[in-house]
Write a protein that binds this ligand. Structure first.
Ligand SMILES: Cc1cc2nc3c(=O)[nH]c(=O)nc-3n(C[C@H](O)[C@H](O)[C@H](O)COP(=O)(O)OP(=O)(O)OC[C@H]3O[C@@H](n4cnc5c(N)ncnc54)[C@H](O)[C@@H]3O)c2cc1C
Ligand code: SF4
Ligand code: SF4
Length: 345
């Protein structure tokens, strides 16, 4: 195994398997398959951008919130779009609007090959629908790298909170050629975060299906409701599997961000009626959703707070467990989540 600074995160089960480090290496020597590793020796031993953008690495006490256009108080709504999605189809409807109105040149989404997540660039509004609905296994951000390589200039990215945190740092990092103290004028235009409690191992999802005599080709939708993994088939059969039966990404145990706090807007189902999506608007950019979807007030914010607390409690429990077992504790969390340091200045 090659010497790489991020091994301290990966080998100690702190890695979020977000895939961000794998898309920023200028030498393209970081490969990602469920977790990242080096495929060749790195002359800098990983003391580079991959380390700096990792959401599990603290980059100083200053918050990106100070530098970004974050609202003092986020706005909560719920709504429903015109695309059939996981919940209210809000994410896909917004992406369609951004493409149709030429606010972006491409959307970085997670499609699937028989429910195996695939990172995709979508440039045609009509194709957005095909990438709707949640895939609950580990995915990559490969399409974002590809978009840069083929010259797609302005993109919106949909990501889990860990990915959004890494990508928000990326927007501000001085290594980027176009950096001028502001987020890139080109590049990532919108960060759309999904609520998240954990993501699962694809292999384990496949095993669960096999045990229940189900084929991936027959699955219409996966969902997580009240601690159960719900599998719906095209002939409307529903199977409810206890979440404990599915292996999840260990690094999720040290995650504290339920609702993608670094996103321009965050979307989930917690706090909304069935078949609606909850929308949290956090930045000026995020407000563009208001031009797309009729948003209603009345989200059950207490429920969202309960979910945040559950995640925080899991995090604290994991730290305690690690402390008792003498396992590594990384101190990225001594500062607030995902800050980008301005250091002395
Ligand atoms: C792993 C995971 C865990 C989640 N946990 C919760 C939870 O605990 N509570 C909650 O309220 N909501 C959770 N969500 C979010 C929820 O499932 C919906 O994605 C959200 O409500 C948006 O629904 P929609 O109908 O508006 O989106 P849609 O219009 O269906 O669009 C969904 C978008 O998400 C993208 N996408 C799908 N899978 C992934 C993925 N793995 N990574 C990144 N992007 C992806 C799709 O490409 C699409 O653009 C989770 C989602 C995922 C993927
Ligand atoms: S958390 Fe993300 S950026 Fe950090 S090592 Fe893991 S995959 Fe790479
Ligand atoms: S819980 Fe969700 S956001 Fe947190 S590390 Fe796991 S996948 Fe990422």
């Amino acid at each position: 195994m090659y010497e790489w600074k991020l091994n301290e995160i990966v080998d100690n089960n702190l890695c979020a398997s977000c895939g961000t480090c794998a898309i920023v290496c200028p030498n393209n020597i970081v490969v990602f398959e469920n977790s990242p590793k080096l495929k060749e020796e790195c002359l800098r031993k990983g003391h580079g951008m991959c380390y700096d953008i990792c959401p599990r690495v603290s980059s100083g006490g200053y918050q990106i919130r100070i530098r970004g256009d974050f609202k003092e108080k986020e706005e909560y709504y719920y709504g429903r779009g015109d695309v059939e999605g996981q919940d209210g189809g809000v994410v896909s409807t917004f992406l369609k609007y951004l493409l149709e109105n030429k606010k972006i040149d491409g959307a970085i989404v997670v499609g699937d090959e028989c429910w195996k997540p695939v990172s995709l660039i979508v440039q045609n509004p009509e194709d957005i629908e095909k990438s709707a609905k949640s895939k609950y296994a580990i995915s990559t951000l490969d399409a974002l790298r590809k978009a840069g390589e083929i010259g797609i200039e302005r993109v919106a990215v949909v990501g889990l909170p860990c990915q959004i945190s890494g990508l928000r740092k990326l927007q501000y990092f001085p290594y980027l050629a176009k950096y001028d103290g502001e987020p890139n004028k080109n590049g990532i235009q919108y960060l759309i975060g999904l609520f998240c409690n954990k993501k699962f191992e694809q292999r384990s999802i496949e095993e669960v299906l096999e045990k229940n005599n189900l084929n991936m080709e027959d699955i219409e939708k996966f969902d997580i409701k009240k601690g159960k993994f719900i599998i719906t088939t095209y002939n409307s059969e529903k199977h409810s599997i206890p979440l404990e039966n599915i292996e999840y990404c260990e690094g999720c145990n040290v995650c504290r961000d339920f609702d993608a706090q670094m996103a321009d807007l965050s979307v989930g189902c917690a706090g909304s009626p069935e078949n609606y999506s909850t929308v949290i608007i956090r930045t000026k950019k995020g407000e563009d959703i208001k031009d797309t979807i009729e948003l209603k007030e009345g989200v059950n914010i207490e429920f969202i707070e309960k979910m945040r607390k559950l995640k925080m409690d899991r995090f604290k429990g994991e730290i305690e467990r690690r402390r008792n077992n003498g396992e590594k504790i990384s101190y990225y969390w001594i500062t607030d989540y995902g800050g980008v340091g301005k250091r002395a200045e």
